[in-house]
Design a protein around this ligand. Structure first.
Ligand code: GLU
Length: 415
């Protein structure tokens, strides 16, 4: 995008739609490539419509509809009652770091020391700080497409260069080692790996993970594995985190996770990173200089979540699997729509390009029409790098979900 220096020491772009066009202030050039988060922007639009009394169902933002389980909320309340409201150690209280390490023992059978962990303000901060810690200007980051909306923006902000590796719906949105190799250059520094994937819900098998890790290690490429949906994998797929590979190659892999999706704790903002202690030290410095510790109360709630019973996680997973099955059955029956069956997370990512016409030429036009005619909000695939698709979140009650899908079907086929 061309940049013009004006007489008033300001930069602006010629894009008529860019949010900073024509604003006469001195912004960082880094912001030129940064758009608002599409998922959060659509969520904001839905909230605004609802506030105006418009009836709209959101299948847009990825947020569990369940309340945070009672015992976790109680731990937060107790922390307030105990006056646990001061600064804590920057990487998190020792109990939390121990609880994170314990999670990896419990789920993946690996045995990290708490020194290999750091708490963050949601998985987003873990990811951003990793890019900040690892990238030099011009370093390339391999991003499989479709990708979660914030990866490219974070890479740009850290002065890296996103290199997109496209996985089509026909390949169930999973990239291969051959594709990675075709896109590797001497500047390739990081591969961002996300299984189960947001937006596609695809999960890589153990063999596919092994092949990708071995390729990355061989070429000294660092893997950031975003495993925020690791508890939401549905049979017959099997959870395949990279923790066992991390134990073998800690200098080549960092794992990002958090409690938002698995424990229905989006608003508490608790994420974490598992990495080699030398990298944790750098992340700790970044955190100490930018945000300090995460909320003390949320840390106590997170300890209760990670060390308590996981029955609540299992029952939410059961509900998501049921919704995955019912929503996929419905959407995959639609004419000219192709939706690979997702293995995990809580999204369907459907190729709707077969529906495009002169009047509805792209996913954004289809989503606008559906918001207006069906009263349902979806996210156009462009936000995830795939303009042929739309994302449906099925993290809503069964009846709300099916009612919304029936309204979409009516708007698409009975108009
Ligand atoms: N990760 C969720 C989504 O994709 C939450 C919103 C966001 O942070 O992007 O909808």
């Amino acid at each position: 995008m061309p940049i013009y220096r004006t007489g008033r020491t300001c930069y602006f772009t010629e894009s008529p739609t860019h949010p900073y066009r024509g604003i006469f202030m001195h912004f960082s050039r880094k912001m030129m490539n940064i758009k608002p988060s599409a998922t959060l922007a659509i969520n904001a639009k839905v909230l605004e419509l609802k506030a105006r009394g418009v009836s709209v169902t959101s299948l847009a933002v990825g947020e569990p509809d369940f309340p945070t389980p009672e015992h976790i909320r109680e731990a937060g309340i107790q922390a307030i009652r105990d006056g646990f409201t001061r600064y804590t150690a920057v990487p998190g209280i020792p109990e939390l770091r121990e609880a994170i390490a314990e999670y990896f023992r419990r789920i993946y059978g690996v045995n990290p020391s708490p020194d290999c962990t750091i708490a963050s303000n949601g998985g987003k901060q873990s990811l951003y700080n990793l890019f900040l810690a690892l990238l030099n200007p011009g370093d390339e980051v391999l991003i499989p497409v479709p990708y979660w909306v914030s990866y490219p923006a974070m890479v740009y902000l850290c002065q890296g260069v996103p290199v997109y590796v496209r996985a089509t719906s026909a390949q169930h949105f999973k990239i291969t080692v051959d594709q990675l190799e075709q896109n590797r250059t001497e500047k390739t520094r990081i591969l961002i790996f996300n299984s189960p994937s947001n937006p596609s819900g695809s999960c890589y098998t153990e063999e596919e993970c092994a092949a990708i890790v071995q390729w990355a290690v061989q070429h000294n490429i660092f893997i950031i594995s975003d495993e925020i949906y690791d508890q939401l994998v549905y049979e017959p797929a099997k959870p395949t985190g990279l923790a066992v590979w991390w134990e073998r190659y800690p200098e080549h892999i960092a794992i990002v996770n958090g409690l938002a999706k698995s424990f229905a704790m989006t608003g508490w903002r608790v994420g974490y990173t598992l990495a080699d202690p030398s990298l944790i030290k750098i992340l700790n410095q970044i955190t100490g200089q930018t945000t300090a510790n995460i909320c003390s109360i949320a840390q106590k709630a997170a300890v209760a979540a990670l060390t308590g019973s996981y029955d609540c996680v299992a029952s939410m997973r059961e509900a998501f699997q049921r919704r995955r099955d019912m929503s996929w059955k419905e959407v995959s029956s639609w004419k000219n729509v192709f939706c690979p069956k997702p293995d995990g997370a809580f999204y369907l990512f459907a190729d709707i390009s077969g529906l495009y016409t002169e009047a509805l030429p792209d996913a954004t036009a289809v989503c606008s029409m559906l918001l207006e005619k069906a009263g349902v909000a979806l996210v156009p695939g462009d936000a995830f790098g795939d303009p042929a698709c739309v994302r449906f979140s099925y993290a809503v009650a069964d009846d709300v979900l099916m009612d919304a899908l029936h309204r979409i079907r009516k708007a698409l086929y009975e108009a």
